[in-house]
Design a binder for this molecule. Sequence first.
Ligand code: SF4
Length: 336
Amino acid sequence: MQKNDQHIALALFSGGLDSLLAVKLIQDQGIKVIPVCFESPFFSCKKAIQSAKQNNLFVHIVPLEQDYLEMIQDPKYGYGKNFNPCIDCHAFMYRKLGEMMQEFNADFLISGEVLGQRPMSQHLNGMNAVAKSSGYKDLIVRPLSQKLLQDTKPIREGWIDKNLLLDLQGRTRTPQIELAEKYGIIEYPTPAGGCLLTDPGYSKRLTDLKQHNMFADRFITFLNVGRQFRLNDSTKLIIGRNQNDNEYMTVLLENNESQCNIVLKARDIPGPIGIVQSRDEIVSDIILKLAAEILVRYLSKVNDEAVVLVQFPDDEVREFKVEKRTDGFEREMLLN
Ligand code: SF4
């Protein structure tokens, strides 16, 4: 593609106010900005799509794949309070964005990062580490704080005017809210939340997967639903807590025809469904019986015993007759 005089920036776009303002500030300089949102099992682009729509932007959605899962298991800069490797994660996204530059004929990269806004990835050392580790250090511009940061190529080359960028720092939101009013931005999502890697309970479940060599998409997909039990080194059980969980688990099962899901349900008695997941090809009867016992523990309509139907991935169904135990045996297997 022949490049004309107009410069093009790719933007890391979460849909939050900061990323929206970063786009606006650069657009104001006559630069074409292409917003990009990365999604993974841990964060979605729902907010970004909604925010882009409200602000007449078109956002490109890019799923992160296996290499992202590998990165979060062993991040160079470590984790935040939970399973969130924010420095490596930002760097990873910038790297992906950088790799997309050729396809979009783009010249540089921007994001809504604000100096000092977040403890890990947005203090000065963190931001420098993100830029360096991304491999695109000299092409990154942070419009909201760029006046406080080292000049990069887009500024040195005069593609953008640094004087029209900002010097925001810290956690206060007041300047952003004032700027939003100036731009006529009325609706935008709240800044916090949205990433499961910062959730303590979810992080505990992820840590368990990592410790048991089960850090794979087919297991992660089911990580945010139901009660989860560790049955042995290679096998887990998930039990729906309520109707919503059961429905969601059913949808997940329909969408994930993985050979690792064994489905448990009591015969003729309404109640939760259970899913046994294992990295072993064959799950022993001892483990299946244990799973059935835990399921029956959560059947309020059963007093003494029940028959549990166990459906295997090849649709074979077997029955396990188990007694209801009330001695709390399952507690030590419960992840959280
Ligand atoms: S909060 Fe989540 S998505 Fe955001 S940088 Fe940290 S790990 Fe990545």
